[in-house]
Design a protein around this ligand. Sequence first.
Ligand code: SAH
Length: 215
Amino acid sequence: MTDSYRHKGMRKSLVETLRQKGIHDEAVMAAIGAIPRHFFLDKAFEEHAYEDKAFPIGNEQTISQPYTVAYQTQLLDVQARDRVLEIGTGSGYQAAVLAALGARVFTIERQETLYLHARSLLHTMGLKTIQCFFGDGTSGLPDYAPYDKILVTAGAPVVPEALKNQLMIGGRLVIPVGDSVQHMHLIRRINAGKFETEILKPFRFVPFLDGIQRQ
Ligand code: SAH
C-alpha cells in the first residue's frame, strides 16, 4: 500500500470537486484529503479511486460516493473524542474518515467477509481509534452505548428505535430513510423522550438488511 504524490494530487482535486458540489465543512474536507481512498478499493479500481463515484467492494455492496460520505459526515458535526457508531462498515472508508476527525469509532457490519477485510485493513493502517464489530446493526451496539453520533450507511425502510435510544442527549443520528430512494434524515435528541427530525436530500443506498451473513 503506497500513497504517492500522484494519489495526494488526485485527492486534492476530489476535495475541490466536493467544494464545488456544496460541501463547506473544512474539517470534513481535510479528513477526506487525508485518507487514501484507493486503499479501500480493489486494485482494479485504483485509477478511479478519486472520482466522485461509488464502486463495488464485493458481496453486492459498494463504497459510498465521496460526496455522500462528505454530506453525511458534515451533518454529523463530529467533534474530537466524540463516540460515533457507524452501521455498515463496508470497505471501512467512512470509519477512517470519522477517525481522521478525531472520533472514537465503533463500526458494525452484517457481512462477515466485509467485516474481516475492513478490520484487517484498518488495523494495518494503524487506525487505533476504530473498533470493528460483526453483527446486525438494526439493534445498534448496546454494549458501548450511548453515542454522541450515529451514522447509518445503508438505506433503511424505517428508523430503528434502538438507534434513537442509544443516542446521548444532544446527540445526532444521520440515516437515509426510504425504499427505492432514501431521503437523508438528521435526527437530534433534544431530551430523553424528545427527538427532532429534519428531512433532507434524496440519495440511493444499498439496502439496510436484517440478520447477519457468514462467509
Ligand atoms: N460505510 C461503507 C459503505 C458500505 S455500503 C463504506 O465506507 O464503504 C453499506 C454497508 O451496510 C454494506 O456493507 C452492508 O452489508 C451493510 N449493512 C446493511 N445492513 C446492515 C445491518 N443491519 N447491520 C450492519 N451492516 C449492515
